[in-house]
Design a protein around this ligand. Structure first.
Ligand code: NAI
Length: 500
């Protein structure tokens, strides 16, 4: 069922590597930001000595990120941050490496496949935190990663919980502040922590001490980091990659605009035009989702809790309503809030026959799947992997995508390369920032155990590297114009508080 060398890789099949390699080659062409970073830093190798534990959807685009980090000198171990999001051919190609063959894999240790169980998921996450011992130039034992690259915060959470567990000698509390209450999943995490500690009593202390920083990809993971920092519990500096403008205002919006309909089409092939689509949340992801539905000719209804976003949605021409008022009206229900309990079982039972229900926010608690499973007499039928029909007692049914997990990665292949090049350029720059800062003498370091954003000048740099590919000709400021509006000719062009 797997191709596996314990501690080295575990993927669905190395035979998929050739297909993965072709897809990576084409993706590189669409990822000018990452390729520019390879050209800029490939010789100086600023990440030499970095041991990066990566927990981020193991897609073709992520493969280009991984190989960029390696080109910049890093050693890397990788797992996916979602049980359904791996593209098996990308995982195989990364494990084999650009110069290896399936018989002689020479790539990056990767532990990821599409359709993991929760137990397998957390085992894979632990695998990226366990580095084989080796003696470095300084003769020191190396046992853990020294950097984390996270999406959603699961790898960071495992280190924090592991340390709590090791120090207090008890299984950590059910949830972190602000955490979704995933009782079953937390039990799985506890088992991983317990087993890891039995195998190696000081594991979590050593890992926590060796980590110099984390760079976090998404809104939900960033929320977790701010909670930890506010509680004074964050163990290492963090860079919030999500809130680089060239991440959240591009990936979250334009990426979703592409990958949401992609997921719905691959899963259901139901015509969107003329139908009614309900989108919960009108943040960056919700804006992309609503625009995608409108682009396909759907009538879109948005829900919001924030009056500013609700007003924006109304001004953009969308009806703004509460879910309970449109249950018998909408054909598609999509959650984009990063919040929990947005679609409840009682909502689902009142929906139209064959309504499509899906989530594109980070965690699966936006839709009450546990509550749906408990509806008396409900029957779940697998139409195909990640597409289930739930037949309700009244005889009608709804179609639930990816079991309530993010459907653009579960039912399709996530965002396209060009937009991910923006996000991952920020990730790469953030890794360099934190890694090089930690190498400075203690008094000279810029980053403490807090959450930071990249400076605007780097944000603008990321955008700049993507202009040529789109044939954009930027207007240049004259010195007089620059003085008149009070910005440097070379940027940054906007104050920190500017919202784009
Ligand atoms: P955001 O904070 O910009 O937007 C979320 C919006 O939901 C906010 O405007 C908020 O007011 C609203 N909201 C909160 N609770 C609500 C409720 N009960 N009903 C209606 N609206 C509610 O966050 P962003 O960046 O849009 O991200 C949303 C989620 O999507 C996060 O979990 C994020 O991690 C995830 N994400 C997923 C991606 C994917 O590829 N699937 C890509 C990027 C982000």
């Amino acid at each position: 069922q797997f191709d596996e060398v314990p501690g080295r890789y575990k993927v669905r099949s190395l035979a998929l590597a050739e297909s993965g390699r072709h897809q990576i080659r084409l993706a590189e062409h669409e990822m000018p930001g990452l390729m520019a970073l390879r050209a800029e830093f490939g010789a100086s190798k600023p990440l030499a000595g970095a041991r990066i534990a990566g927990s981020l959807h193991m897609t073709v685009q992520t493969a280009v990120l991984i190989e960029t980090l390696v080109a910049l000198g890093a050693q890397v171990r990788w797992a996916s941050c979602n049980i359904f999001s791996t593209q098996d051919e990308a995982a195989a190609a990364v494990a084999v490496g650009p110069d290896g063959t399936p018989d002689d894999p020479r790539g990056v240790p990767v532990f990821a496949w599409k359709g993991e169980t929760l137990e397998e998921y957390w085992d894979c996450t632990e695998q990226i935190l366990v580095w084989p011992s080796e003696s470095g130039d300084d003769g020191a034992e190396r046992r853990g990663p020294n950097m984390i690259l996270d999406d959603g915060g699961d790898a960071t959470m495992l280190v924090h919980l592991g340390l709590q567990y090791e120090r207090a000698g008890v299984v950590p509390p059910n949830t972190l502040p602000g955490e979704p209450d995933h009782t079953h999943e937390m039990n799985v995490v506890r088992d991983v922590l317990r087993r890891a500690l039995e195998a190696d009593p000081l594991r979590w202390t050593e890992i926590a001490v060796s980590i110099k920083g984390v760079t976090e990809e998404t809104t939900t993971g960033v929320h977790r980091l701010y909670h930890l920092a506010e509680a004074g519990e964050l163990l290492f500096p963090a860079i919030n990659v999500n809130d680089s403008v060239t991440k959240s205002k591009f990936d979250n919006k334009y990426g979703i605009r592409h990958s949401l309909p992609d997921g719905i089409n691959r899963a259901t092939d139901i015509l969107i035009g003329g139908k009614v689509a309900f989108v919960a949340g009108y943040g960056d992801v919700g804006k992309g989702a609503a625009e995608a539905f409108r682009g396909q000719g759907a009538r879109v209804i948005v829900s919001e809790i924030d009056p500013i976003c609700a007003l924006q949605a109304a001004m953009d021409g969308f009806q703004v309503a509460r879910i309970e008022d449109v249950l018998d009206e909408a054909d598609f229900f999509i959650t984009t809030t990063g919040n929990k309990d947005v679609i409840l079982a009682e909502h689902i039972v009142a929906m139209k026959d064959k309504a499509v229900v899906g989530n594109i926010g980070h965690f699966d608690n936006e839709i009450d799947m546990a509550g749906l499973a408990k509806v008396p007499g409900v029957v779940k039928t697998e139409i195909k992997p990640q597409v289930h029909e739930w037949t309700l007692p009244a005889g009608k049914s709804v179609i639930v995508l990816s079991e309530g997990r993010l459907l653009n990665l579960g039912n399709a292949t996530g965002h396209p390369s060009f937009v991910m090049s923006n996000s991952f350029s920020n990730q790469t720059i953030a890794q360099i920032e934190l890694f090089l800062d930690a190498a400075k003498p203690e008094g000279e370091r810029q980053y403490e155990r807090q959450v930071y954003r990249l400076p605007k000048v780097l944000d603008e740099k990321v955008a700049r590297t993507h202009l040529d590919a789109l044939g954009v000709r930027l207007t240049e400021l004259s010195k007089e114009q620059a003085e008149y509006i009070g910005v440097p000719v070379e940027g940054p062009y906007k104050p920190e508080h500017y919202r784009y």
